[in-house]
Design a protein around this ligand. Sequence first.
Ligand SMILES: Cc1cc2nc3c(=O)[nH]c(=O)nc-3n(C[C@H](O)[C@H](O)[C@H](O)COP(=O)(O)O)c2cc1C
Length: 178
Amino acid sequence: MITLLIATNRPESNSAKVAAHVVEIYAEKGVPLHVLDLHTLPPEIFSPSSYATKPAAFGPFQDAISTATGLVVVMPEYNGGFPGVFKYFVDMLKFPESFVGKPFAFVGLSAGLGGAGRPIAQFQVLVTYLQGVLYPASVFIPGIYGHLDETGRLKTPELIERIGKQAEGFAKFVQRFA
Ligand SMILES: Cc1cc2nc3c(=O)[nH]c(=O)nc-3n(C[C@H](O)[C@H](O)[C@H](O)COP(=O)(O)O)c2cc1C
């Protein structure tokens, strides 16, 4: 199954709202996603002792990555980069095997004009280093606050269509690596 990763732990995150809509769009195409939200990381993982010994509650997070056939990352832009907690999460995963041969697709969002192009490009360097595989078409959402309705769903038809095209393309891409 493809895992969707929400790359922040910020409460009331717009990334989580966009992720919920992305899940719907994939489901409409017959592609179920397993959601991993960094907001639900167990607090014990932030203990310095976790570098050596992972808390048991981190197991489902590692499993969701290890067993994923592909990863869709919903990525917000923080200070021109990706959230620190996301890097910390990657640092907690088993090395070197966690990303090897895994296809990655990205949906980025920001309050400003960047649309998380920079954080996605930065993170793609790590994915390549860790021997993951990049799906070439990302979706960038600049000015996120103008694209959400009062229920937190994306209201811009062009963006919904782009995510739908990405979902179709990525689902086929993932099959090539199965
Ligand atoms: C720590 C932090 C840093 C941010 N830095 C940027 C930035 O560099 N550029 C930008 O356009 N928006 C920036 N923003 C705004 C976020 O892109 C915007 O709030 C977006 O909704 C963040 O995703 P989230 O809601 O999932 O946390 C920042 C927000 C936070 C919390």
